[in-house]
Write a protein that binds this ligand. Sequence first.
Ligand code: MF3
Ligand code: CO
Length: 256
Amino acid sequence: MIEILTSAQLSKARATGALVAHILQTLKSRSIVGTNLLEIDQWAKAMIMDAGADSCYVDYAPSFGRGPFGHYICTSVNDGVLHGLPHDYVLADGDLLSLDLAVLLDGIAADSAISFIVGPTRPTTSVALIDATQRALQAGIAAAGPGARIGDLSHAIGTVLTDSGYQINTDFGGHGIGSTMHQDPHIANNGRPGRGYQLRPGLLLALEPWIMVDTAELVTDADGWTLRSATGCVTAHSEHTIAITDDGAEILTLPK
Ligand code: MF3
Ligand code: CO
């Protein structure tokens, strides 16, 4: 199903997006050397509850995981790239942490992910990896607007990732979002321009480029959720929820 939001729903989507961005930035500032992933999950839960919002993850039981997820945020560290199930792990200097959060507020969902390095050490490979996912995300957003097609966004994202020297896995990608977190259309992180569903004002999309340094192959953890690089290499993920407007795209999950 593809949803087109009314302007009243779009106002709500802005509020949800701002909340997701605020929670992610707060959690980023608290993710220091010595922080446990389970603390991050509890802080996420508290902030979601305090805002009167609902988690899109806690009861989520899709075919690609051993559901329900049972936690409030995805915490993926180093070789962990997507759907990282929070577990008893203490962050160390130089860890690459990806936080992915989706909540429902007043009936509208927003979804965003950030990747960053914990502590003062800045491994060059990790810095480049994060930068590539952020540039790919910006390219996807720049390609979005009324009349553009999903393939235009996929192509823009894929071009940045490929030109940066990374292989692309298209098993997981972006998606429509609205009254629920995962909706059509699917937005692969690579594709051909001019193909696919044509965007129109009122459509909400989550774009989410992710990459692994030296492979396109994923393995699933024993926890049934966490997806890791098959080679153990470091990984990164960047995601925003955007709204298609009359004259382009508005990022709803930008930090203030
Ligand atoms: N934001 C993630 C995505 O769009 C959702 C994670 S699903 C969960 O793929 F089940 F892992 F929570
Ligand atoms: Co998403």
